[in-house]
Design a protein around this ligand. Structure first.
Ligand code: ADP
Ligand code: ZN
Ligand code: ZN
Length: 739
């Protein structure tokens, strides 16, 4: 009898399956699609997922190798998730094996059993009493028994130390038959006293109630909702009340948030509200905890699953609702390997699993607004701040021909001084870390260029370093100019470090707190800063977009945006959208309590129509204007893009590869009879050299998705075969967000 052939998806960029023979001794009935096997691959062993079992292979029999181990009795990935991965691999033109390895927790990729850990728990037997006469002369045992009795679900062995229990006291209790040890899988316990709530729900205002009602009515089937609510309008309260409905009906809720919002504040809000089992999946969770959370979600043992982008791939036994907060946030798009957009995939998943999805934001992406206008998403608006806070007022401050001192104009200084004198806080936003974006020689014009990138190195004065923010290269700043050897090197422009230094001098009586990636990299430093800010004393906060997200600063009444111009004349057509979102998000941090906030935007383009729309009529007016510009230019969401990127060590190699690719695409367009697709390029990437490689790109633009995908499906296998494809590193980005 001939052996069945196993076709496996392996963690390889190659878009194909790989054939193997069954491992020695494996019962054929155990070889179910979805199980993991360890197989030899090149000179390594890798873990793959069985996709199908077939009778014949194209591979000659003497080349077929047997798999080494069968790792699962049951497929670890439920069919719904497998289906999502298939869809993802196809849509993003990515290998299925690599897609699965992005979707699975690290430990499963490495072959760890897909089961929760077994743990020992100490329990008191039912009628054990501390007054038991056998304990009258054993006070330590009596105390230990008391402690155990306080834990009706038992005490995990690992926690004995924390409860000051020792085995010396427990062993004799066990011999007396008063306690017993039970081995079971670790489960998050939910104390069931009937209610799912630990805290009362706030009465919703009328807009919140309308949104809540609409979404609740959609439970049990697929619907997409765009919850567009200004900052502080109570979106989170709406999520919480919906989640309550979902978990009370025995289902699970998946909540996705951007990494940067995953502060303790957000999590505490869920934990304080619910008597429920919450599984966390984000970057601060270690691999073991991540696997446990994943398994708990899969097995229906977690009620609420909260995580960042990749948590989208968490299986759920009883899916009930998906919420994706801050849906405009760029961190939902993965920028390496599998370049998926968690927002778009979340909608696909919701449809596949027949649950509603809520996309929430104060500044919805133009894509989502367009979907709402087209009737694909139901638009729910929250226009008022919950509680009584007033919306902030905007002011465009024209800085043309005004002197700027570390980026700060005279009128802004005055406004800051007034605010501080009134005992209030000021937030200064500047999206540039470091001291100065570059160092220049005043004598010969030498600039601190990164040796590996077409970019300047940023001066970080505190660490006395020049750093490239693109490749990570760092070096000591030279004392003498490397070109002319004179000694007049000057920092030009201002980053947060320089603004901080200058503000400290300008306002010596007030603390200046800097919040950016550099100042918060140590564990706990962000919490310490937030704690200081929340004490409410007048101070100046200066920072990057870290300040724009997730936090509430009720004592901030003045927000200053030092430089809004970058977003208005960038080559990237999405730059203005991002700038508008940032301005609105930063502004939303201010004046949340009694005091209304004021937002001063320094700009050289005070009459720019988009900026005028945004500041006078608000984000939706801006979005309408920006959408009509996109429509006129035929840009997304009115067309669809895919970007083929290539990079290589030698100049010209990437372009050669892309030229060949372009040639193939042109002939495919003809043979497949596809219309409405344009090939733009190849052109050098906006930063041509990065980390020592030369980069180029070819853009595909299509009026409709279907023909574009037909082209890519036929094209990508050809790219893998191109002779030049070994010398270049290439990737295809479907729906790119950075061009
Ligand atoms: P968002 O998520 O839209 O930024 P939040 O849900 O965080 O808004 O609400 C902002 C503030 O308003 C929070 O302090 C919240 O407790 C409060 N809040 C929300 N809804 C209500 C309500 N219906 N009544 C009173 N306060 C509310
Ligand atoms: Zn010089
Ligand atoms: Zn660099």
């Amino acid at each position: 009898m001939s052996q069945p052939i196993l076709r496996l998806a392996l963690p390889s960029p190659l878009r194909r399956l790989f054939d193997y023979l069954p491992p020695a001794g494996a019962a054929h009935a155990a070889l179910k699609p979805g199980v993991r096997l360890r197989v030899p691959f090149g000179r390594r062993d890798v873990v793959g997922v069985l996709v199908e079992v077939v009778a014949h292979s194209e591979v000659p029999p003497d080349k077929l190798r047997p798999a080494l181990d069968l790792l699962d009795a049951q497929p670890p990935l439920p069919p719904a998730l497998f289906r999502l991965c298939l869809w993802t691999a196809q849509y993003y033109q990515h290998s299925l094996g690599d897609t699965l390895s992005w979707a699975l927790p690290v430990l499963l990729r490495q072959g760890e059993p897909a089961e929760a850990r077994q743990e020992r728990f100490w329990h008191a037997i039912r009628d054990a009493r501390p007054e038991d006469p056998r304990l009258s002369r054993a006070p330590r045992q009596r105390e230990a028994l008391k402690t155990i009795l306080q834990h009706p679900h038992g005490v995990a062995h690992a926690l004995l130390g924390q409860l000051q229990l020792s085995r010396d006291a427990l062993e004799p209790l066990m011999q007396k038959g008063l306690v017993r040890v039970e081995t079971r899988r670790r489960q998050q316990q939910r104390d069931h006293h009937g209610s799912w709530l630990l805290q009362a729900e706030l009465p919703l205002n009328s807009e919140q109630q309308a949104a809540f009602n609409a979404i609740r009515a959609g439970l049990g089937a697929f619907h997409a909702f765009l919850l567009a609510g200004v900052t502080g309008s109570g979106k989170t309260e709406v999520y919480l009340q919906l989640i309550h409905q979902v978990i009370a009906s025995g289902k699970q809720a998946l909540v996705l948030i951007p990494e940067i919002n995953l502060g303790p504040q957000t999590l505490a809000r869920f934990a304080k509200r619910f008597n429920a089992r919450i599984a966390l999946l984000h970057s601060n969770v270690n691999d073991r905890e991540r696997l446990d959370a994943w398994l708990a979600a899969r097995d229906g043992e977690a009620d609420i699953i909260i995580g960042t982008r990749s948590a989208l791939f968490t299986p759920m036994r009883h899916p009930g609702l998906i919420i994706l907060d801050e849906e405009h946030d760029a961190s939902y798009k993965q920028q390496e390997g599998l370049r998926y957009h968690a927002r778009d995939l979340a909608v696909v998943r919701a449809r596949q699993e027949h649950v509603p999805i809520v996309l929430g934001s104060a500044t919805p992406s133009l894509e989502s607004l367009h979907n709402a206008h087209a009737g694909r998403y139901a638009l729910l608006k929250l226009t008022r701040r919950a509680g009584d806070a007033q919306p902030p007022r905007f002011m465009r401050l024209d800085v043309k021909s005004r002197p700027l001192d570390a980026g700060i104009s005279g009128p802004l200084q005055q406004a800051m001084a007034q605010t501080l004198a009134a005992d209030q806080q000021v937030l200064v936003f500047l999206n540039r870390r470091g001291f100065a974006p570059s160092l220049i020689c005043h004598d010969c014009g030498w600039l601190s260029q990164c040796p590996r990138c077409d970019a300047r190195m940023t001066l970080h004065q505190r660490h006395n370093e020049l750093r490239c923010h693109h490749c990570g290269h760092a070096e000591r700043p030279p004392r003498n100019c490397p070109k002319c050897n004179r000694v007049d090197l000057r920092p030009i422009g201002a980053g947060t470090e320089r603004a901080e230094e200058r503000l400290t001098t300008l306002f010596p009586d007030f603390p200046v707190l800097r919040i950016d990636r550099d100042s918060t990299s140590r564990k706990g430093s962000m919490e310490a800063l937030l704690h200081r800010i929340n004490r409410g004393e007048p101070c100046v906060l200066v920072g990057t977009q870290m300040l724009a997200k997730g936090h509430h600063f009720p004592r901030v009444t003045l927000v200053a945006i030092l430089d809004a111009d970058g977003g208005l004349f960038s080559a990237d057509f999405r730059a203005s959208e991002r700038m508008a979102q940032l301005i609105v998000q930063v502004a939303g941090r201010a004046g949340r309590a009694e005091e209304p906030g004021k937002v001063i935007i320094q700009t050289h383009l005070a009459d720019h129509p988009l900026l005028v729309q945004l500041t006078e009529d608000g984000y939706f007016a801006f979005a309408a204007q920006a959408l009509s510009e996109r429509r006129a230019a035929g840009l997304p969401p009115f067309s669809h893009l895919a970007l083929l990127r290539a990079e290589a060590h030698r100049p010209g190699q990437a372009e050669d590869f892309l030229d060949q690719a372009c040639g193939h695409a042109e002939s495919l367009l003809e043979t497949l009879g596809l219309e409405g697709i344009e090939l733009l390029g190849p052109v050098p990437a906006p930063m041509e050299r990065r980390a020592g490689r030369f980069r180029a790109q070819l853009l595909l633009q299509g009026n409709a998705r279907a023909p574009l995908h037909r082209l890519m499906a036929a094209w990508v296998p050809l790219l893998e075969q191109l002779p030049g494809s070994r010398a270049v590193r290439w990737s295809l980005d479907v729906d790119p967000i950075d061009l």
